[in-house]
Design a protein around this ligand. Structure first.
Ligand code: ZN
Length: 287
C-alpha cells in the first residue's frame, strides 16, 4: 500500500511498525466524522516484550480516490495516538461525561425518541453510549488530538475544502486551535489548563526528537523533520495565543437561555437540537 510506504520511509515509523503489528482496513462507511480510527490491543508472545496490535481503519473513499498522502497523514495520526502517554483531561472528565450522559439519556425529549422502539432498553444503551461519546469529543478528546495533529504535520498534504486550497500547515493550525478552544471551554482552573498545554507541548517535541534521532545524520529526511519540529512549535504557540481570544463569530459562546444554562454550555457546546439530531439521524455533528 503506497500510503504505508510513505510512512515507512521514515525510520522511526518503520521501526515502530516492525515492533508492533498493524492491520489496516478500509472503512466501508467512507468519509465520516473521522477520516480514520484505531483500535489497539496488546499481546504478549512468551519471552518477548508485550506487543501492541493496531487495527487502523482508513476511509474507503480516501483510498479509492488515491489520496495517498492524506492516508499517510492519517496513519501517522493514528500511530501517534499510541505514543501519547496519558490523556489527563480525558481521564479527569470520564466520570463527569458518564454522569451527565446518564442524566441526558432520560431527558423527556430524548426518552421520547424511544417510545415506539421494539426494545427501548437496548436503544437506551445505544443513546447512552452515543451521548457519552459526544460529551467526550467536546471535552477530553482534544488533548490527544492536539498532540497527534502536530505529528501528522510531516505528512499532511494541502487540501481542497469547498474549492479553497488550504496548505497542510494551515490545516494543522486550524485543527490545533479548534481543539485548544474546546479544552479552554471546559472551564478548568487556568493553572491546571496551562500545565496540560505544557505537557502536550513537551510530549510533542519529545516525539519529534525521537523521530529526528532515528533519521540518518545529514539526510534530507532529518532536515525535513527538524524543520517540521520548528514548524510544530510555532503552530503550537500561534494556536495557543489565538485560542485565548474569542473567535470572530462565536455562536457557541453566546448565552442562549432557550438551549440550556450558561454553565452547561461552557462544558459542552452541544445544543439540544444537535444532540437529538445526532441520535435520530445516526450521524453526529461534525466534531
Ligand atoms: Zn485522532
Amino acid at each position: 500500500m503506497a500510503a504505508l510506504t510513505l510512512v515507512r520511509n521514515e525510520k522511526f515509523w518503520n521501526d515502530y511498525l516492525a515492533h508492533n503489528t498493524v492491520y489496516i482496513f478500509p472503512d466501508l462507511t467512507g468519509v465520516n466524522r473521522y477520516r480514520g480510527f484505531t483500535q489497539t490491543a496488546t499481546r504478549t508472545v512468551e519471552g518477548n516484550r508485550p506487543q501492541t496490535i493496531f487495527v487502523i481503519h482508513v476511509s474507503k473513499d480516501l483510498l479509492e480516490q488515491g489520496q495517498t498522502e492524506m492516508v499517510a497523514a492519517n496513519i501517522v495520526h493514528e500511530l501517534s495516538h499510541s505514543a501519547y502517554r496519558s490523556n489527563q483531561i480525558g481521564q479527569a472528565m470520564q466520570k463527569f461525561d458518564t454522569d451527565l450522559a446518564g442524566l441526558l439519556v432520560d431527558h423527556p425529549q430524548i426518552a421520547a425518541l424511544r417510545s415506539s422502539a421494539t426494545d427501548p432498553a437496548a436503544l437506551r444503551n445505544v443513546h447512552l453510549s452515543r451521548i457519552r461519546q459526544m460529551l467526550y469529543e467536546v471535552t477530553g478528546y482534544g488533548e490527544e488530538e492536539i498532540f497527534v495533529h502536530l505529528q501528522q504535520l510531516t505528512h499532511q498534504p494541502s487540501m481542497t475544502v469547498n474549492t479553497t486550497t488550504i496548505r497542510g500547515s494551515d490545516f494543522i493550525l486550524q485543527q490545533v486551535e479548534l481543539f485548544m478552544r474546546r479544552l479552554r471551554r471546559i472551564g478548568m482552573p487556568v493553572g491546571i489548563l496551562n500545565r496540560v498545554f505544557a505537557s502536550i507541548q513537551r510530549q510533542a517535541m519529545d516525539l519529534y526528537d525521537r523521530r529526528i534521532a532515528m533519521s540518518p545524520a545529514g539526510s534530507p529526511e532529518r532536515k525535513n523533520l527538524e524543520l517540521s519540529k520548528e514548524q510544530a512549535a510555532l503552530i503550537f504557540q500561534m494556536a495557543l495565543s489565538e485560542s485565548a481570544t474569542p473567535p470572530d463569530n462565536k455562536p457557541e459562546m453566546k448565552h442562549d437561555p432557550e438551549k440550556g444554562s450558561h454553565n452547561v454550555r461552557r462544558y459542552a457546546t452541544l445544543s439540544g437540537s444537535e444532540l437529538i439530531g445526532a441520535l435520530t439521524g445516526g450521524v453526529a455533528p461534525g466534531y
